[in-house]
Design a protein. Structure first.
Length: 242
């Protein structure tokens, strides 16, 4: 029976087995090199392309909004006042007690006349004129040779009293027949002092003293509103001394 040759063969196989295992797995102190991929790189190069680490893109700081250019605020508009209503010339006459009480042959009595112009017109020649109707008289009155009344105006520059025409009539005298007068600006006011006395031989009775503001530049045929822009009257009574 041949047993020994089989033992020798088994011993040889066992002796050769570590060498085979070492060849397959590499030396324990030198690990096997990594196996290369057989597929080519996309760029055709045999060596794999080095991939740079992805660096996150740094976001730029948001731009600071520039201040909006603002135009200076427009000044608030002041409400426009409506135009002043048109006003006309006015005339007033004032006497102590509101009337003239004269005594024939007695002292004169003073009164004032105020002209207030409106805002509608300036006058170059504005005249203050006076008129009254004739007195009927009383029984025993006889007309005298002198004028029945004397009207005077006080000159503001000198203080002297100067005679002023007093028309005694029942009709109206047209404005274009008057002359004289002084300038009067819009909204101007003028006040003059007058005095009136009854002569010793004049009639007695009652009749209003009419005062007119007359535009002596008014053309012939102008309406009364243009020729006579203002008028007023004062009650007047004349009596005998006894």
């Amino acid at each position: 029976m041949h047993v020994r040759p089989r033992l020798l063969i088994a011993s040889a196989v066992l002796a050769a087995l570590p060498a085979v295992l070492t060849a397959c797995s590499g030396h324990p102190d030198h690990p096997a090199a990594p196996t290369r991929s057989a597929s080519p790189s996309p760029s055709g190069s045999e060596s794999p392309a080095a991939t740079a680490p992805a660096t996150p893109a740094s976001s730029a700081p948001a731009p600071t909004p520039s201040p909006t250019a603002t135009s200076p605020a427009a000044p608030a508009k002041t409400p426009t006042a409506p135009p002043a209503p048109a006003t006309r010339l006015s005339l007033t006459a004032a006497a102590p007690g509101g009337a003239l009480h004269l005594v024939r042959g007695g002292p004169a009595q003073e009164f004032t006349v105020t002209v207030r112009n409106g805002n509608s017109q300036a006058y170059r020649h504005l005249l203050v004129a006076f008129q009254m109707e004739p007195l009927t008289g009383e029984p025993g009155d006889l007309p005298g040779p002198a004028a029945p009344f004397v009207l005077e105006r006080r000159d503001p520059a000198t203080g002297a009293w100067r005679a002023v025409d007093l028309r005694i009539a029942t009709d109206a005298k047209p404005a274009h027949l008057y002359s004289g007068g002084t300038a009067l600006a819009p909204d101007a006011v003028r006040t003059d002092r007058y005095r009136l006395r009854a002569t010793a031989t004049g009639p007695t009775g009652s009749s209003p003293l009419m005062v007119y503001a007359i535009d002596t530049d008014a053309a012939e045929g102008s309406s009364a509103d243009f020729g006579h822009p203002g008028h007023v009257s004062l009650p007047l009574t004349t009596r005998r001394l006894v």
